[in-house]
Write a protein that binds this ligand. Structure first.
Ligand code: NOJ
Length: 548
C-alpha cells in the first residue's frame, strides 16, 4: 500500500449527525451522511471510540471492547456502515485504547473483587511507608495519578482520569487481550487501527518518584519495551493483513523513536501522530496559557520532523486538528478577516508534505472555536479540572479566557450541517452546543464557499502527483519570518510549496535554480504563472504550489 496516496477523515461520532433525536450523534447518522463524505474522495475514516463506555472521557474509558455502545447503535448498524463505506472504497480505522480501560470494565471489577488473575492486569501498589501515595506522579488531566483501589489499602495507577485504570502491559495476558480485540474487529472487516497513547504503555515494573514533570514523562514514555510490545501486537494481529493501516498516537515522542515505530523494516506501525508542532502556543510548555504562536519554532519543528522522518524512512500522520485540539484556524490563521484564505493556506502547508494527511470533520468547512460565554457550556473533564486549577492563580475572567482558547470541547461541538438552531445536527438540544452555524455550515459552503472545493483539489493532487505522495522533503526559506516554504523532490522533478502564514502581503526572492518554467498545481488566489519570478509577491495567507 502506498501510504502517501491515502487521505484519512476523522469523525467524532458523538458530534457528527444525530439520526434518532437524542442529542448525541450515532452510527446511523454517519450512514446517512456517507454521500457527503464520499465527495471528498478520502480513503479511510478514523472513528473515535464508540464502544461501551460510561463516557467519563468521551469513550476513551472503554468498558467493553467488543460491543458498540447502545448510545451509538448496534453491531448491525456497524456492519451496515462498513458495507456501505466499502461500496465507496472507504476503509474503517477504529480507535484502540489499550493503555487503560474503564474502571467499569469487568477486568477492573474482577480485580476489585479480589481475582488474582485480573489484579495482575493493573498497576496496583502499596502506599509509601509514610502512608503517602505510591509515587508523586501526576495525572495528565490534573491531580495525582493514583486512586484508592477499593478498601484494599492499595492504589491503582491512572495516567489519565481516575475512571481510566492503566493496564500493565508487562503481563502477557494483557497483551493477548489487546491482540484479541484487534483480531475480533479484523474479523469484522476492519483493517485500520489507531492506537491511543501507545508510547506510554511501557511503564517500569518498579515505579519510582520523579524529580520534575519532564523527567516524570521520561519514566514511562518511549521505553524500549514499547517497541517490543508493538512488534508482538503486529505479529499477533494486524500485521497478518497485507492491507492493514495503523497509526500510533505518540505523546511527547522523539524523531528517533518515531522512525522505529513507523519504518516498515521494523514491523511496528504504518505511521505515527506526534504533537510538538501543536505546542508552539504554549507558554514555556504550559498548555493552559495564552501566548501568540511561535512561527519560528513551528517551522523548525516541522522541518526537523519532515527531514528526519524522510532520512530514517519513517512515516508521519499530517494534521492540524483533532478532537483534542482547539481549531487550528483560531490558533494559526485569521478566522475573522481571512477565514477562507487562511484555512486553505493551513491545509496546503500540510497536505503537500511527506506523510498521510488527516482531516478532522468540519475542517473542510473552516469551522472555528465556539463562542461560548461561560464555563457551564464546557463538559470536558480536562477543561473543568484546568479551570478549577487556574482560578487558584488567575481571575475567573482570565481563567475562562485561557480555557476558551485551549479546551478540547472547541473541536467537539456538533458538525454544522445548516444554519438552524442545532446546526442541522439534531432535532433536540445536543450534548454540546454549536455556535456560529449561521455563518459556517455545509449548506452555505456548497452554495458559495471555497474551502471544501479546495480540499477536494488537494486530495486529488495527492493521488495524481507522485511528487506529493513519494517525494523527498527539503526546507526552503528557513529563516523567513512570514513564509512557510519547502520543496518536494522526486526523479528530477521539483515541487515548490510557498505559504504566506500571515495577513500582510510579502515578497520572497526565489533562488535562481528555481526560476524555471513549470505549472501551478494549486493556488488559493487562482494565480496563473508559467515561470517562478526572481521576486515573488504573496497576498495575505496566499498558498502556491508550483511544479518545475
Ligand atoms: C488521547 C485521546 O485522543 C484523548 O481524547 C484521550 O482523552 C486520551 N488519549 C486518553 O485516552
Amino acid at each position: 500500500m502506498n501510504l502517501g496516496k491515502k487521505v484519512i477523515y476523522q469523525i467524532y461520532p458523538k458530534s457528527f449527525y444525530d439520526s434518532n433525536g437524542d442529542g448525541v450523534g450515532d452510527i446511523r447518522g454517519i450512514i446517512e451522511k456517507i454521500p457527503y463524505i464520499a465527495k471528498l474522495n478520502i480513503d479511510y475514516i478514523w472513528f473515535n471510540p464508540f464502544f461501551v463506555s460510561p463516557q467519563y472521557d468521551n469513550g476513551y474509558d472503554i468498558a467493553d471492547y467488543y460491543k458498540i455502545d447502545p448510545k451509538f447503535g448496534t453491531m448491525d448498524d456497524f456492519e451496515e456502515l462498513a458495507a456501505k463505506l466499502k461500496e465507496h472504497n472507504i476503509g474503517i480505522m477504529l480507535d484502540m485504547v489499550f493503555n487503560h480501560c474503564s474502571t467499569e470494565h469487568e477486568w477492573f471489577k474482577k480485580a476489585l473483587a479480589g481475582d488474582p488473575k485480573y489484579k495482575a492486569y493493573f498497576y496496583l501498589r502499596d502506599p509509601k511507608e509514610d502512608c503517602s501515595l505510591p509515587t508523586n506522579w501526576q495525572s495528565k488531566f490534573g491531580g495525582p495519578a493514583w486512586e484508592k483501589f477499593g478498601d484494599t489499602g492499595k492504589y491503582y495507577l491512572h495516567l489519565y482520569a481516575k475512571q481510566q485504570a492503566d493496564l500493565d502491559w508487562h503481563n502477557p495476558d494483557v497483551r493477548q487481550e489487546a491482540a484479541n480485540v484487534v483480531n475480533f474487529w479484523r474479523e469484522h472487516g476492519v483493517s485500520g487501527f489507531r492506537f491511543d497513547v501507545l508510547n506510554v504503555i511501557g511503564k517500569d515494573k518498579v515505579l519510582v518518584d520523579s524529580t520534575d514533570p519532564n523527567q516524570e514523562k521520561m519514566l514511562y514514555t518511549d521505553t524500549p519495551v514499547v517497541h517490543q510490545y508493538i512488534k508482538e501486537l503486529n505479529e499477533n494481529s494486524f500485521g497478518q493483513d497485507a492491507d492493514s493501516i495503523t497509526v500510533g498516537e505518540m505523546s511527547s515522542t522523539t524523531i528517533e523513536n518515531s522512525i522505529r515505530y513507523s519504518n516498515p523494516a521494523e514491523h511496528e506501525l504504518s505511521m505515527i501522530f506526534s504533537f510538538h508542532h501543536l505546542k508552539v502556543d504554549y507558554d514555556h510548555g504550559e498548555k493552559w496559557s495564552m501566548v501568540p504562536f511561535d512561527f519560528k519554532k513551528l517551522k523548525e519543528i516541522m522541518f526537523e520532523w519532515q527531514t528526519g522522518m524522510d532520512q530514517g524512512n519513517g512515516w508521519q500522520a499530517l494534521f492540524w486538528n483533532n478532537h483534542d485540539q482547539p481549531w487550528a484556524l483560531n490558533r494559526f490563521g485569521d478566522p475573522v478577516k481571512y477565514r477562507n484564505k487562511s484555512a486553505e493556506m493551513l491545509a496546503t502547508t500540510i497536505h503537500l508534505m511527506r506523510g498521510t494527511p488527516y482531516i478532522y470533520m468540519g475542517e473542510e468547512l473552516g469551522m472555528v472555536d465556539p463562542s461560548y460565554q461561560s464555563m457551564d457550556q464546557y463538559v470536558d473533564v480536562e477543561a473543568i479540572n484546568a479551570y478549577n486549577e487556574l482560578i487558584k492563580t488567575h481571575s475567573k475572567e482570565e481563567a475562562f479566557k485561557i480555557v476558551h482558547s485551549k479546551a478540547r470541547d472547541n473541536s467537539r461541538t456538533p458538525m454544522h450541517w445548516d444554519g438552524s438552531e442545532y446546526a442541522g445536527f439534531s432535532q433536540v438540544k445536543p450534548w454540546l452546543l454549536p455556535t456560529d452555524q449561521e455563518q459556517i455550515n455545509v449548506e452555505k459552503e456548497f452554495a458559495s464557499g471555497e474551502i471544501f472545493n479546495y480540499y477536494q483539489k488537494l486530495i486529488k493532487l495527492r493521488k495524481s502527483e507522485d511528487l506529493i505522495s513519494d517525494g523527498h522533503f527539503e526546507p526552503l526559506f528557513a529563516d523567513d519570518h512570514q513564509v512557510f516554504a519547502y520543496l518536494r523532490k522526486l526523479n528530477g522533478e521539483t515541487l515548490v510549496v510557498i505559504n504566506n502564514f500571515y495577513g500582510d502581503p510579502c515578497e520572497v526572492s526565489v533562488p535562481s535554480e528555481l526560476q524555471k518554467s513549470g505549472n501551478v498545481l494549486i493556488s488559493n488566489y487562482a494565480r496563473e504563472l508559467s515561470e517562478l519570478p526572481a521576486k515573488l509577491k504573496l497576498q495575505p495567507y496566499e498558498s502556491l504550489a508550483f511544479k518545475l
